[in-house]
Design a binder for this molecule. Structure first.
Ligand code: DNO
Length: 356
């Protein structure tokens, strides 16, 4: 496995990339061109510049998180074929630049959703949390405001304030789109990008829906084992793969993560490893990575990845805000670095244990 760290680039991230190079075992970053709008073309020059920023710190780009998919592709409307063509050309440019893993999502309108970006924990740290009742009683525009106001002055990727002006239009776009339509549009998109992925050996790694159920009445299609396997079978190509996000999938407590890992053997190209702690009903809050702090058995998750031969890119995922740090919520340096170190420890223990 390749241990990495998410970095939002020198303009957006509060963390200098050279600090990331000091975390034990981290050899690469997953990153993106942050101000790129979904659907826009990435040029080789821009990718080269991003690579130069990363390699200056002695790191490599282990994958892109994300090349975002335009809502016309998701909804199957308007300029979808034009945006797919741009996506293909972007993949071609990434392939030419020797980048071989791309994470993306197919969630309508919003990327991930949380209702609280800084819930106070007893030890004085803060963590992101989700409360179903808040989503049910808030409208999406208000949600944008509250996210903007509690983002430590940073811009939350996926929740860029200017998007609020498009929200109404986007909700109209999806008004008559069913989950089945969304799934068919996803298959159409994945089928279209497979030839370029095969040519350059680019592994597409779709991120599951976070949380793993509908929010604001929007359709969701990647929430459990059955639905993910349906996508794997619909386009049965190793380049059509998955980001195994434990926190996103685990937000539905009926999802058995080790079982999902086993069923996706060979198709997991990227792992987001983090822990959450369940509250009532669908509510949860994020936790440190350690098993005993949350609801997941992190040892079992790492062991299952290793047992099934997973050899892809790994990163610690959302961390708490600790030691007075102020950064993009979920993406501080300290708690994620602790997470990377913990996952590395589990990895070493399981690997050596297997040899005996
Ligand atoms: C949240 C992340 C997501 C993820 C995208 C992939 O913190 O896991 O924003 O990067 O859904 O496109």
């Amino acid at each position: 496995m390749e241990m990495t760290f998410r970095w939002f680039g020198k303009e957006l991230d509060t963390i200098p990339v050279k600090y990331i190079a000091q975390i034990p075992g981290v050899k690469g970053v997953v990153t993106t061109i942050c101000n790129k709008k979904p659907g826009a073309l990435w040029t080789r020059e821009e990718i080269k510049a991003l690579k130069a920023d990363v390699s200056e710190a002695g790191l490599k780009i282990s994958g892109i998180e994300s090349v975002n998919v335009h809502d016309d592709i998701k909804a199957g409307t308007g300029e979808r074929d034009l945006y797919i063509e741009n996506y293909i050309r972007t993949l071609e440019a990434l392939g030419e630049e020797d980048i071989h893993m791309v994470c993306y999502n197919f969630m309508p309108v919003f990327d991930w959703t949380r209702t609280d970006l800084a819930r106070q924990l007893p030890d004085g740290s803060t963590a992101m949390a989700y409360e179903d009742e808040v989503v049910r009683s808030t409208d999406p525009e208000k949600m944008f405001d509250s996210i903007k106001n509690s983002a430590n002055g940073t811009i939350m990727p996926g929740w860029e304030p200017e998007r609020v002006t498009e929200i109404r239009k986007l909700f109209d776009l999806y008004e008559n789109i069913s989950g089945e339509d969304l799934f068919n549009n996803l298959v159409y998109f994945v089928t279209a990008v497979m030839p370029v992925c095969n040519k350059y050996d680019i592994k597409m790694a779709i991120h599951p829906d976070d949380p793993a159920h509908s929010v604001f009445g929007l359709p969701r299609i990647l929430t459990d084992k059955k639905r993910i396997l349906r996508l794997m079978e619909a386009v049965d190509d190793v380049h059509n793969g998955v980001t195994l996000c434990t926190g996103a999938l685990g937000s539905d407590r009926s999802n058995d993560i080790p079982d999902i890992i086993r069923s996706l053997k060979g198709r997991i190209h990227f792992a987001h490893i983090r822990n959450i702690k369940y509250g009532d009903g669908r509510d949860f809050r994020e936790a440190s990575h350690l098993s005993q702090d949350g609801s997941f058995d992190m040892y079992e998750i790492v062991k299952t990845l290793i047992d099934t031969g997973f050899d892809g890119v790994v990163r610690p995922d959302h961390g708490r805000m600790i030691w007075g740090e102020k950064s993009i919520p979920g993406y501080g340096l300290y708690d994620r670095a602790l997470g990377a170190t913990y996952i590395n420890g589990l990895w070493e223990a399981v690997t050596k244990g297997k040899r005996q």
